[in-house]
Design a protein around this ligand. Structure first.
Ligand code: ATP
Ligand code: MG
Length: 264
């Protein structure tokens, strides 16, 4: 499927690597990952704590630059862009949702969602009108004037999702977007993500430790020790087998999900 710029891939990484220095020690957080993601894919990234999931997502999202390899977003090579150019790419092409909702506490839900539209380099929407539409879409029509502290966790995450989608980016990235939510709120957020993917054709990539969430993804990329261990199209007949295998590995401790402790 051709993209907005006629590109087949929304995300392409080519042998991407990230070394992080910690005092005397160099941590090879990502050790050469090549990933090609087409428009409208719904992908989960899983793997043990420390396997490089957040580091990879940060490089795909232009938050962090690779030590080696290349990253293309919507056909554009973002590997060596300066901070100003990266800011533009993030603003136009990428929506982020994190585990902690990162909303601005002094602004209302409506203002939080409107903010990135006001800052857009090429403004596509009327900020207030668009923010209202998105909040309505996520069932928050009667919460627009609430500040984050006056909203539940699930509601805050839906506001964060609306904000991430404010400029209609082709790519939505989530780092454990349901990590702090109860089952009910997680389901609402997952349904919202699915709706967005289905209706807007947004490509969704989320990191998760939750196997019930992982089981809902169309494609699962599992990382071990900074590399891709498995890349499974869960829509294929291998879906159940793959999920079972991952469950087994988790049960046997081969994939340990350390940071899922304390998570639901
Ligand atoms: N700023 C940093 N400096 C040094 N090492 C780092 C830094 N950030 C991460 N690391 C290391 O890089 C590796 C990959 O970290 P990363 O955060 O990508 O893992 P993760 O898969 O997201 O883990 P989790 O599931 O716990 O969130 C880990 O070994 C981590 O300790
Ligand atoms: Mg992480």
């Amino acid at each position: 499927m051709a993209g907005q710029n006629g590109n087949e891939y929304v995300v392409q990484t080519q042998n991407v690597k990230k070394d992080l220095r910690l005092g005397e020690i160099t941590v090879h957080a990502v050790r050469g990952i090549s990933l090609a993601v087409t428009r409208g894919e719904f992908i989960g990234i899983i793997g043990p704590s420390g396997s490089g999931k957040s580091t990879l997502l940060g490089m795909i999202g232009g938050l962090d630059s690779p030590t080696a390899g290349e990253v293309f977003i919507d056909g554009e090579d973002i590997t060596n862009l300066d901070e100003r150019a990266l800011t533009r790419v993030r603003n136009e092409k990428i929506g982020f949702v994190f585990q902690f909702f990162n909303l601005i506490p002094t602004l209302s839900a409506l203002e939080n969602v409107a903010l990135p539209i006001q800052f857009a380099h090429k403004r596509k929407y009327n900020p207030t009108k668009r923010a209202k539409e998105l909040l309505d879409l996520f069932g928050l029509g009667d919460r627009m004037r609430h500040r984050p502290s006056q909203l539940s966790g699930g509601e805050q995450q839906r506001v964060a999702l609306a904000r991430a989608l404010a400029n209609d980016p082709p790519l939505l990235l989530g780092d454990e977007p349901t990590g702090n939510l109860d089952t009910f709120s997680s389901e609402i957020v997952m349904k919202a993500l699915r709706d967005v993917q289905g209706e807007l054709g947004t490509t969704v990539i989320i990191v998760t430790h939750n196997m019930d969430i992982a089981a809902q993804m169309d494609r699962l990329v599992s990382l071990v020790d900074g590399k891709v261990a498995e890349d499974v199209d869960a829509r294929s007949s291998a879906r159940l087998a793959a999920i079972e295998m991952l469950r087994d590995k988790r049960a046997s401790g081969e994939i340990s999900l350390m940071s899922s402790i304390g998570q639901r």
